[in-house]
Design a protein around this ligand. Structure first.
Ligand code: HEM
Ligand SMILES: CC(C)=CCC/C(C)=C/CC/C(C)=C/COP(=O)(O)OP(=O)(O)O
Length: 310
């Protein structure tokens, strides 16, 4: 890994490069958005497990999660490159490695290419072509369609772009079965419906940041009140969509109870955000959204292996 680099072909502020390989390694690691990728991988793992009544073959588990994780990480690195000017203007992101000039555009692109190539080859060799192509399409959906175009073009950016982030349960499913099935698409629909309240809660908290960087996020273009209404309506929709696995007989009692409790929590935050917010409510809603999705998929998994019925 290149030890220290500066941003040579960017108009953003150029700062001294990090010293030592440890600092450098941390910058590369940060660009992969590790915590986001971990949650994506949890949803992929659950997609794999739900695809079969038995155990997932170890080679599919390792190569599948490894390949999906590497391609998602590559997408995140490309996002850091494409967005480095926007990132340098926002308080939340100004310190990011490319925005700060701690990693050069060329080195970040090389890093993302290596991650993507290794990930794609792993999926092709040890999983299957369908999963490799769908994962590559997700990378393009996030790094190109969302980041390069939608993010700058429309406040519906994250609704449409959310499809790429919602894909991992399907990717996990196809890694095991080699085909697209309706239940896998329902799992995608859950993450897809979860994404707007997840992101818009944060966008409300960071509205001034986005306005300053001229990114047309919903609170900037349509105001905070309208965005709160959208968070509430999407949360209602999410509650309904989350009922479907039980209603179609794919999930049992443990899931019904667990998901209902989680959805009650999300509704509490969405209602508070709309009707009784203080300065912390938007951020609290955003943080709860992450716990909601994480626990929801753990509950789906538990329900799969412990199918309780009345
Ligand atoms: C277009 C879709 C999405 C958008 C626009 C979005 C946006 C964001 C933003 C702006 C953050 C804050 C990052 C930061 O603090 O620097 C964030 C955090 C996070 N997002 Fe999302 N997100 C999306 C989809 C997803 C998906 C699909 C997942 C996982 C399944 C996810 C999981 C997370 C997690 C775990 C965090 C916390 C990261 C941390 O604390 O470092 N997001 N998201
Ligand atoms: C292959 C595959 C599964 C790809 C999915 C890629 C991926 C990492 C999706 C997560 C979506 C996400 C973190 C969006 C935030 O982008 P943003 O640019 O709006 O947020 P930022 O300002 O924090 O960068």
């Amino acid at each position: 890994m290149a030890k220290s680099t500066t941003l040579s072909n960017s108009s953003s502020s150029v700062k001294p490069a990090s010293t030592g390989w440890r600092a450098s390694w941390r910058n590369y690691y940060e660009m992969t958005k590790p915590r986001v990728v971990m949650l994506l991988l949890l949803t992929a793992l659950v997609g794999m497990c739900l695809a079969t009544p038995g155990w997932v073959p170890l080679s599919t588990l390792i190569a599948g999660l490894g390949g999906i994780g590497l391609l998602a990480s590559a997408a995140a690195v490309i996002n850091h490159v494409v967005d480095h000017k926007i990132d340098s203007q926002m308080a939340r992101t100004f310190n990011r490695p490319v925005a700060k000039g701690k990693v050069s555009v060329n080195n970040a692109l090389l890093f993302s290419f290596v991650l993507a190539a290794v990930g794609y080859v792993a999926l092709e060799l040890w999983v299957n072509r369908l999963t490799a192509l769908l994962t590559l399409a997700s990378l393009v959906g996030y790094a190109v369609v969302y980041t390069m175009f939608l993010k700058r073009a429309t406040p519906q950016n994250i609704v449409i772009g959310g499809l790429a982030g919602a894909a991992p349960p399907l990717l996990g499913w196809t890694a095991v079965t080699g085909q697209v099935d309706a239940y896998a698409l329902l799992l995608v629909l859950i993450v897809f419906t979860w994404t707007p309240p997840h992101f818009w809660a944060l966008a409300i908290h960071r509205e001034k940041d986005y306005a300053k960087a001229k990114v047309p996020m919903l609170p900037v273009t349509h105001g905070v009140e309208f965005t709160k209404t959208c968070v509430l309506l999407y949360t209602v929709l999410l509650c309904l969509v989350c009922l479907l696995p039980y209603l179609i007989g794919e999930a049992q009692l443990l899931y019904l109870v667990g998901s209902s409790a989680l959805n009650a929590g999300f509704m509490y935050y969405a209602l508070k955000l709309k009707y009784a917010a203080d300065q912390h409510t938007a951020m609290a809603t955003f943080k709860f959204s992450i716990i909601h999705l994480m626990v929801l998929f753990v509950v789906l998994l538990a329900d799969h292996y412990i199918p309780l019925t009345l």
